[in-house]
Design a binder for this molecule. Structure first.
Ligand SMILES: [Zn+2]
Length: 80
């Protein structure tokens, strides 16, 4: 059964999809810093905004809104 990343909602099944390839972590490699710690809210908002601009062609303002909206539904960021 897949584990959902608490920070972006991506389903993780293979070990390499987990941060540092460690299945005991509850966030994915895209949400990890190079040292393996989870990115903070500002870092994730920035990378998710850039991802949305790239994949959906929104303006950065609209993409940031969409990113905030997506993140507000994820356990890592509830209440932010
Ligand atoms: Zn993630």
């Amino acid at each position: 059964m897949a584990t959902l990343c608490i920070a972006c909602g991506m389903p993780m099944e293979k070990a390499e999809e987990f941060a540092l390839g460690d299945r005991s972590r509850n966030y994915c490699r895209f949400c990890a810093r190079p040292d393996g710690k989870m990115q903070d809210f500002a870092e994730k908002l920035k990378s998710l905004t850039a991802f949305i601009v790239r994949t959906q062609g929104l303006t950065s303002e609209a993409a940031q809104e969409a990113a905030r909206e997506m993140m507000s539904r994820l356990p890592a960021w509830s209440g932010k």
